[in-house]
Design a protein around this ligand. Structure first.
Ligand code: AMP
Length: 285
Protein backbone atom coordinates (compact mmCIF):
# COMPACT_ATOMS: atom_id res chain seq x y z
CA UNK A 1 0.00 0.00 0.00
CA UNK A 2 1.15 3.51 -0.81
CA UNK A 3 0.69 6.26 1.70
CA UNK A 4 1.11 10.01 1.41
CA UNK A 5 0.23 13.26 3.11
CA UNK A 6 0.90 15.29 -0.07
CA UNK A 7 -1.85 16.37 -2.48
CA UNK A 8 0.66 16.50 -5.37
CA UNK A 9 1.86 12.90 -4.77
CA UNK A 10 -1.69 11.63 -4.63
CA UNK A 11 -2.61 13.48 -7.83
CA UNK A 12 0.37 12.03 -9.72
CA UNK A 13 -0.47 8.49 -8.67
CA UNK A 14 -4.15 8.87 -9.54
CA UNK A 15 -3.33 10.43 -12.93
CA UNK A 16 -1.20 7.35 -13.73
CA UNK A 17 -3.97 4.96 -12.67
CA UNK A 18 -6.54 6.84 -14.75
CA UNK A 19 -4.22 6.73 -17.78
CA UNK A 20 -4.19 2.97 -17.37
CA UNK A 21 -7.99 3.05 -17.55
CA UNK A 22 -8.69 2.31 -13.90
CA UNK A 23 -11.73 3.64 -12.11
CA UNK A 24 -11.16 5.32 -8.74
CA UNK A 25 -13.15 4.45 -5.60
CA UNK A 26 -12.89 6.70 -2.55
CA UNK A 27 -13.69 6.33 1.15
CA UNK A 28 -13.24 9.56 3.14
CA UNK A 29 -12.88 9.15 6.93
CA UNK A 30 -11.64 10.94 10.02
CA UNK A 31 -9.69 7.86 11.12
CA UNK A 32 -9.57 5.88 14.36
CA UNK A 33 -11.02 3.19 12.19
CA UNK A 34 -13.48 0.54 13.30
CA UNK A 35 -15.44 -2.20 11.63
CA UNK A 36 -17.96 0.35 10.26
CA UNK A 37 -15.23 2.09 8.27
CA UNK A 38 -13.80 -1.25 7.19
CA UNK A 39 -17.20 -2.27 5.84
CA UNK A 40 -17.24 0.85 3.64
CA UNK A 41 -13.74 -0.07 2.48
CA UNK A 42 -14.81 -3.66 1.69
CA UNK A 43 -17.75 -2.37 -0.35
CA UNK A 44 -15.46 -0.01 -2.25
CA UNK A 45 -12.97 -2.85 -2.78
CA UNK A 46 -15.71 -4.98 -4.37
CA UNK A 47 -15.89 -2.51 -7.26
CA UNK A 48 -12.40 -3.56 -8.39
CA UNK A 49 -11.47 0.12 -8.73
CA UNK A 50 -8.22 1.69 -7.51
CA UNK A 51 -9.05 2.31 -3.87
CA UNK A 52 -8.23 5.54 -2.06
CA UNK A 53 -8.93 6.05 1.66
CA UNK A 54 -8.42 9.43 3.31
CA UNK A 55 -7.95 10.13 6.98
CA UNK A 56 -8.37 13.77 7.92
CA UNK A 57 -9.89 15.26 11.05
CA UNK A 58 -11.38 18.35 9.45
CA UNK A 59 -11.24 21.44 11.70
CA UNK A 60 -13.80 23.22 9.50
CA UNK A 61 -16.62 20.94 10.66
CA UNK A 62 -16.00 21.30 14.41
CA UNK A 63 -17.55 24.15 16.37
CA UNK A 64 -15.47 26.17 18.87
CA UNK A 65 -16.74 24.13 21.85
CA UNK A 66 -16.59 20.74 20.17
CA UNK A 67 -14.13 17.87 20.47
CA UNK A 68 -11.62 18.67 17.68
CA UNK A 69 -8.51 18.37 19.86
CA UNK A 70 -9.83 15.38 21.75
CA UNK A 71 -11.06 13.51 18.67
CA UNK A 72 -9.32 10.08 18.83
CA UNK A 73 -6.40 9.56 16.46
CA UNK A 74 -4.02 6.65 15.77
CA UNK A 75 -2.64 6.91 12.26
CA UNK A 76 -0.18 4.00 12.55
CA UNK A 77 -2.87 1.57 13.70
CA UNK A 78 -5.20 2.88 10.98
CA UNK A 79 -2.48 2.43 8.34
CA UNK A 80 -2.09 -1.25 9.30
CA UNK A 81 -5.86 -1.77 9.15
CA UNK A 82 -6.30 -0.19 5.72
CA UNK A 83 -3.28 -2.03 4.34
CA UNK A 84 -4.74 -5.34 5.54
CA UNK A 85 -8.07 -4.36 3.93
CA UNK A 86 -6.37 -4.10 0.52
CA UNK A 87 -6.49 -0.31 0.10
CA UNK A 88 -4.23 0.98 -2.70
CA UNK A 89 -3.37 4.35 -1.22
CA UNK A 90 -3.89 6.05 2.12
CA UNK A 91 -4.07 9.84 1.97
CA UNK A 92 -3.56 11.51 5.35
CA UNK A 93 -2.91 15.20 4.80
CA UNK A 94 -2.02 17.68 7.52
CA UNK A 95 -4.26 20.64 8.28
CA UNK A 96 -1.65 22.90 6.59
CA UNK A 97 -1.74 20.76 3.44
CA UNK A 98 -5.53 21.00 3.21
CA UNK A 99 -5.85 24.61 4.40
CA UNK A 100 -2.62 26.47 3.53
CA UNK A 101 -4.52 29.76 3.70
CA UNK A 102 -7.60 31.00 5.47
CA UNK A 103 -10.56 29.74 3.46
CA UNK A 104 -12.88 32.28 1.83
CA UNK A 105 -14.81 29.87 -0.40
CA UNK A 106 -17.31 27.40 1.04
CA UNK A 107 -20.05 25.01 0.00
CA UNK A 108 -23.35 26.16 1.52
CA UNK A 109 -25.96 23.47 2.03
CA UNK A 110 -28.98 25.68 2.68
CA UNK A 111 -31.81 24.39 4.82
CA UNK A 112 -30.24 20.93 5.07
CA UNK A 113 -27.74 22.53 7.49
CA UNK A 114 -30.44 23.93 9.76
CA UNK A 115 -32.08 20.76 11.06
CA UNK A 116 -31.19 17.60 13.01
CA UNK A 117 -27.41 17.57 13.55
CA UNK A 118 -27.12 20.98 11.86
CA UNK A 119 -29.44 22.77 14.30
CA UNK A 120 -27.13 22.51 17.29
CA UNK A 121 -23.91 22.40 15.29
CA UNK A 122 -24.09 25.57 13.16
CA UNK A 123 -21.75 25.40 10.18
CA UNK A 124 -21.00 21.70 10.72
CA UNK A 125 -22.37 20.52 7.37
CA UNK A 126 -20.94 23.52 5.54
CA UNK A 127 -17.57 22.32 6.86
CA UNK A 128 -18.31 18.73 5.84
CA UNK A 129 -19.53 19.65 2.35
CA UNK A 130 -16.56 21.97 1.81
CA UNK A 131 -13.93 19.40 2.79
CA UNK A 132 -15.65 16.60 0.88
CA UNK A 133 -15.75 18.84 -2.18
CA UNK A 134 -12.03 19.57 -1.76
CA UNK A 135 -11.28 15.87 -1.33
CA UNK A 136 -13.38 15.06 -4.41
CA UNK A 137 -11.37 17.60 -6.42
CA UNK A 138 -8.10 16.13 -5.14
CA UNK A 139 -9.00 12.44 -5.58
CA UNK A 140 -11.34 12.79 -8.61
CA UNK A 141 -13.13 9.53 -7.79
CA UNK A 142 -15.70 7.76 -9.93
CA UNK A 143 -17.45 6.43 -6.80
CA UNK A 144 -17.44 7.54 -3.17
CA UNK A 145 -18.76 5.56 -0.20
CA UNK A 146 -20.67 7.06 2.74
CA UNK A 147 -22.20 5.37 5.78
CA UNK A 148 -25.87 5.75 6.62
CA UNK A 149 -24.81 6.13 10.24
CA UNK A 150 -24.42 9.79 9.17
CA UNK A 151 -27.62 9.82 7.16
CA UNK A 152 -27.96 13.60 6.96
CA UNK A 153 -24.35 13.86 5.78
CA UNK A 154 -24.99 11.20 3.14
CA UNK A 155 -28.05 13.08 1.80
CA UNK A 156 -26.19 16.41 1.84
CA UNK A 157 -23.29 14.95 -0.15
CA UNK A 158 -25.69 13.32 -2.60
CA UNK A 159 -27.42 16.67 -3.04
CA UNK A 160 -24.11 18.52 -3.45
CA UNK A 161 -23.07 16.12 -6.20
CA UNK A 162 -26.39 16.68 -8.00
CA UNK A 163 -26.48 20.46 -7.53
CA UNK A 164 -22.84 20.98 -8.56
CA UNK A 165 -22.84 18.37 -11.37
CA UNK A 166 -19.97 16.38 -9.92
CA UNK A 167 -19.45 13.20 -11.98
CA UNK A 168 -19.29 10.96 -8.92
CA UNK A 169 -21.55 8.09 -7.88
CA UNK A 170 -22.41 8.29 -4.18
CA UNK A 171 -22.74 4.79 -2.70
CA UNK A 172 -24.53 4.44 0.66
CA UNK A 173 -23.57 1.71 3.15
CA UNK A 174 -25.98 0.59 5.94
CA UNK A 175 -25.12 1.23 9.60
CA UNK A 176 -22.70 -1.30 11.10
CA UNK A 177 -23.49 -2.16 14.74
CA UNK A 178 -21.84 -3.94 17.63
CA UNK A 179 -23.41 -7.33 18.45
CA UNK A 180 -25.57 -5.70 21.12
CA UNK A 181 -26.90 -3.05 18.72
CA UNK A 182 -24.78 0.03 19.49
CA UNK A 183 -23.89 1.81 16.25
CA UNK A 184 -20.12 1.71 15.79
CA UNK A 185 -18.44 5.08 16.19
CA UNK A 186 -14.92 6.34 16.79
CA UNK A 187 -16.38 8.26 19.75
CA UNK A 188 -17.59 5.09 21.53
CA UNK A 189 -14.13 4.79 23.18
CA UNK A 190 -15.06 7.77 25.35
CA UNK A 191 -18.00 5.99 26.99
CA UNK A 192 -17.41 4.59 30.47
CA UNK A 193 -18.83 1.10 31.10
CA UNK A 194 -22.06 2.47 32.57
CA UNK A 195 -22.61 4.89 29.68
CA UNK A 196 -21.73 2.15 27.18
CA UNK A 197 -24.49 -0.01 28.69
CA UNK A 198 -27.00 2.84 28.86
CA UNK A 199 -26.30 3.80 25.24
CA UNK A 200 -28.03 0.59 24.15
CA UNK A 201 -31.29 2.41 24.73
CA UNK A 202 -30.70 4.25 21.44
CA UNK A 203 -30.84 1.26 19.10
CA UNK A 204 -33.47 -0.44 21.26
CA UNK A 205 -35.83 2.52 21.19
CA UNK A 206 -35.34 2.88 17.41
CA UNK A 207 -36.28 -0.79 17.00
CA UNK A 208 -39.33 -0.33 19.22
CA UNK A 209 -40.36 2.71 17.17
CA UNK A 210 -40.01 0.73 13.97
CA UNK A 211 -42.23 -1.99 15.40
CA UNK A 212 -44.87 0.50 16.47
CA UNK A 213 -44.93 2.12 13.00
CA UNK A 214 -45.24 -1.29 11.41
CA UNK A 215 -48.12 -2.07 13.78
CA UNK A 216 -49.92 1.00 12.46
CA UNK A 217 -48.64 4.02 14.42
CA UNK A 218 -48.98 6.97 12.03
CA UNK A 219 -48.19 9.92 14.27
CA UNK A 220 -44.63 11.17 13.92
CA UNK A 221 -44.91 13.21 17.16
CA UNK A 222 -46.06 10.15 19.11
CA UNK A 223 -43.17 8.11 17.80
CA UNK A 224 -40.76 10.85 18.84
CA UNK A 225 -42.35 11.08 22.31
CA UNK A 226 -42.20 7.31 22.76
CA UNK A 227 -38.45 7.29 22.01
CA UNK A 228 -37.75 10.30 24.24
CA UNK A 229 -39.61 8.61 27.08
CA UNK A 230 -37.59 5.39 26.73
CA UNK A 231 -34.29 7.27 26.67
CA UNK A 232 -35.18 9.40 29.69
CA UNK A 233 -36.49 6.43 31.66
CA UNK A 234 -33.67 4.03 30.92
CA UNK A 235 -30.60 6.26 30.86
CA UNK A 236 -29.04 9.50 31.99
CA UNK A 237 -28.51 10.50 28.37
CA UNK A 238 -29.31 14.13 27.54
CA UNK A 239 -31.37 14.33 24.39
CA UNK A 240 -30.21 16.73 21.70
CA UNK A 241 -32.97 15.72 19.27
CA UNK A 242 -35.25 12.85 18.34
CA UNK A 243 -37.01 13.47 15.03
CA UNK A 244 -39.06 11.67 12.44
CA UNK A 245 -38.40 13.09 8.95
CA UNK A 246 -39.05 12.15 5.34
CA UNK A 247 -36.29 9.67 4.44
CA UNK A 248 -35.75 11.06 0.94
CA UNK A 249 -35.32 14.79 1.66
CA UNK A 250 -35.55 15.24 5.47
CA UNK A 251 -38.65 17.42 5.23
CA UNK A 252 -40.97 17.47 8.26
CA UNK A 253 -43.51 14.70 8.65
CA UNK A 254 -46.76 14.71 10.62
CA UNK A 255 -48.50 11.56 9.37
CA UNK A 256 -46.24 8.67 8.54
CA UNK A 257 -47.21 7.58 5.03
CA UNK A 258 -43.91 7.28 3.16
CA UNK A 259 -40.53 5.87 4.32
CA UNK A 260 -39.28 7.93 7.25
CA UNK A 261 -35.94 8.50 8.87
CA UNK A 262 -36.02 8.34 12.65
CA UNK A 263 -32.89 10.16 13.74
CA UNK A 264 -31.54 11.00 17.18
CA UNK A 265 -28.58 12.52 18.95
CA UNK A 266 -28.02 11.99 22.66
CA UNK A 267 -25.18 13.03 24.95
CA UNK A 268 -23.77 10.56 27.45
CA UNK A 269 -21.52 12.64 29.66
CA UNK A 270 -19.43 14.62 27.18
CA UNK A 271 -19.87 12.10 24.37
CA UNK A 272 -22.51 12.85 21.78
CA UNK A 273 -23.83 9.78 19.99
CA UNK A 274 -26.04 9.66 16.91
CA UNK A 275 -28.13 6.84 15.54
CA UNK A 276 -31.00 6.43 13.09
CA UNK A 277 -33.27 4.02 11.33
CA UNK A 278 -35.10 4.22 8.02
CA UNK A 279 -38.56 2.71 8.39
CA UNK A 280 -40.60 1.59 5.45
CA UNK A 281 -44.34 1.93 5.87
CA UNK A 282 -46.53 -1.08 5.27
CA UNK A 283 -49.25 -0.32 2.76
CA UNK A 284 -52.79 -0.47 4.10
CA UNK A 285 -54.57 -3.57 2.80
P1 AMP B 1 -16.03 9.28 10.20
O1 AMP B 1 -14.63 8.76 10.28
O2 AMP B 1 -16.79 9.14 11.46
O3 AMP B 1 -16.12 10.63 9.55
O4 AMP B 1 -16.77 8.29 9.20
C1 AMP B 1 -16.29 8.07 7.90
C2 AMP B 1 -17.33 7.33 7.11
O5 AMP B 1 -17.64 6.10 7.76
C3 AMP B 1 -18.66 8.10 7.02
O6 AMP B 1 -19.22 7.91 5.73
C4 AMP B 1 -19.50 7.44 8.08
O7 AMP B 1 -20.89 7.51 7.83
C5 AMP B 1 -19.02 6.00 7.98
N1 AMP B 1 -19.31 5.29 9.23
C6 AMP B 1 -18.86 5.58 10.47
N2 AMP B 1 -19.38 4.72 11.37
C7 AMP B 1 -20.18 3.88 10.68
C8 AMP B 1 -21.03 2.78 11.03
N3 AMP B 1 -21.15 2.36 12.29
N4 AMP B 1 -21.71 2.17 10.05
C9 AMP B 1 -21.62 2.58 8.75
N5 AMP B 1 -20.84 3.61 8.36
C10 AMP B 1 -20.14 4.24 9.29
Amino acid sequence: MKRTSRISDLRNIITEEKKRGRKIAFVPTMGFLHHGHLTLIDKAKETGAFLVVSIFVNPLQFGPNEDLTRYPRDIERDALLVEAAGVDILFHPTVEEMYPEKMVTFVEVGELDEMLCGANRPGHFRGVATVVNKLFNIVQPDMAFFGQKDYQQYLIIKRMVTDLNLPIQICPVPIVREDDGLAMSSRNVFLNPEQRQEALVLSKSLNEAERSIQMGQKSAREVEEQIKKSITLKSQGVIDYVEVRDASDLTEVTDIKRPVLIALAVKFGTTRLIDNKVVEVKRDV
